[in-house]
Ligand binder design. Structure first.
Ligand code: FPP
Length: 223
């Protein structure tokens, strides 16, 4: 049976979910944020050690300002409201992506939550915000240059925001693309796509995808 250490999810379909309900798009994002906790609990129950979630891409800044502002506000509320639960459930909260463009309040809350949960061992939750794989690779190369490191795979991987390869990458919402998400870490990931819109995604469906993953023959380019 394959081991599943790192699960990653591209959480897509919030806007369409809201439209289907006759609601404004932002209600879809709110509903989407409410799904995250169940996913963390699933990972903890199943001994999955890293969960990486794509919440805001480097390309998402091009959305209308009102939606971007809403997402920033939602993110802040999410961080504040999950503090107790991350501590109680021993979740190590981490961010991947470049947080420099965020406002001081958001950056402070991120570093506060990171430091409060840094010793937690049950699950590492990577929230990808202002994240793009190309941007991550460039930032890793700059770090390597600053340290005068040799250009090799080991140094590149060690300088990424997350070094651990993804075992299983799921995208909800029906599209079949990676959208600049963790391209190096996903090099040998098994991919699963579902039409389910993110706010409707449940642990039951995740369980089915994970069971299917366990049966796959993973060869990593070998025989
Ligand atoms: C994709 O749906 C989702 C996003 C761009 C944002 C992801 C945000 C969340 C899941 C909620 C916020 C999460 C946290 C942790 C605060 P879309 O808007 O592209 O949907 P569409 O494809 O149906 O338009």
């Amino acid at each position: 049976m394959n081991s599943l250490k790192h699960l990653a999810i591209i959480m897509d379909g919030n806007g369409r979910w809201a439209k289907k309900q006759g609601l404004i798009r932002t209600k879809g994002h709110e509903a989407g944020a409410n799904v995250v906790e169940a996913m963390c609990e699933f990972c903890i129950r199943n001994d999955i050690k890293i969960l990486s979630l794509y919440a805001f891409s480097t390309e998402n800044w091009s959305r209308p300002k009102s939606e971007v502002d809403f997402l920033m506000d939602l993110l802040l509320k999410f961080l504040v409201s999950k503090k107790e639960s991350f501590i109680k459930n021993e979740i190590n909260f981490n961010v991947i992506g470049d947080i420099i463009p965020f406002n001081d309040k958001l950056r402070d809350e991120i570093s506060n939550l990171k430091s409060l949960t840094k010793d937690n061992k049950k699950l590492k939750l990577n929230l990808a915000i202002n994240y793009g794989a190309k941007d991550e690779i460039l930032r890793a190369l700059k770090r390597m240059q600053e340290q005068n490191l040799d250009i090799n795979e080991a140094n590149l991987e060690a300088n990424l925001d997350e070094s651990e390869p993804i075992d299983l990458l799921i995208r909800t919402g029906g599209e079949k693309r990676l959208s600049n998400f963790m391209l190096i870490q996903a090099s040998y990931a098994e991919l699963a796509f579902t039409d389910t819109l993110w706010p409707d995604f449940t642990s039951l469906e995740l369980e089915k995808i994970v069971q299917n993953f366990y049966q796959i023959s993973r060869r990593f380019g070998g025989l």
